[in-house]
Write a protein that binds this ligand. Structure first.
Ligand code: GNR
Ligand code: NI
Length: 170
């Protein structure tokens, strides 16, 4: 397995729209395995293929405490259920070091395929609902900072750009 490089805001590649998966082949299985390794290594609870510069509709997730419940969502569709909104403090491996409260629909239905191409459908609330919406945004080229005011977003951008410059220089 290979640990992949996670793109960081404001990298324009994070704005790429992911394409649906059409072939459930060995190459896809390797990408999924590498995404899990990358996510676990970075101590994340979810990862979208966009974040590792693969522009396919692939999401991996593990919301368990002991990394025992890997979940894969291929070509996911998310439908809002009801009209309850909920605020959750979100972070993102592509926006390291920043956390902000984001308001999203509380309950959603997810229709997706598993890593073998088999369709499944689940209802999600709590952290799963937050995380799947956060990851779906990545596949659509969107980041949680896009929900913030321009002032907040630009402060985060400036700090990350400076941090990246320092990393390059050292
Ligand atoms: O690891 C992550 N934690 C997290 C916390 C609150 C809301 C969303 C997330 S997802 C994030 C990993 C990530 O960046 N996925 O795209
Ligand atoms: Ni993220």
């Amino acid at each position: 397995m290979t640990r992949l490089t996670i793109l960081e805001y404001p990298d324009p590649k994070l704005r790429t729209i992911a394409k649906p998966v059409t072939e459930f082949n060995d190459k896809l299985q390797t990408l999924i395995d590498d995404m899990f390794e990358t996510m676990y290594d970075a101590h994340g609870i979810g990862l979208a293929a966009t974040q590792v510069d693969h522009h396919l509709q692939v999401i991996v997730m593990d919301l368990s405490e002991d990394k025992s419940q890997p979940q894969v969502f291929i070509n996911p569709e998310v439908t809002v259920v009801g009209d309850t909104q909920k605020v959750y403090e979100e972070g993102c491996l592509s926006v390291p070091g920043f956390h902000e409260k984001i308001d999203r629909p509380a309950d959603v239905r997810i229709d997706a395929k598993d890593r073998n191409g088999k369709d499944f459908s689940i209802e999600a609330d709590q952290l799963l609902a937050v995380c799947i919406q956060h990851e779906m945004d990545h596949l659509n080229g969107k980041l949680f900072v896009d929900y913030l005011s321009a002032l907040k977003r630009n402060r985060i951008k400036d700090k990350l750009v400076k941090a990246h410059r320092k990393q390059k220089a050292s």
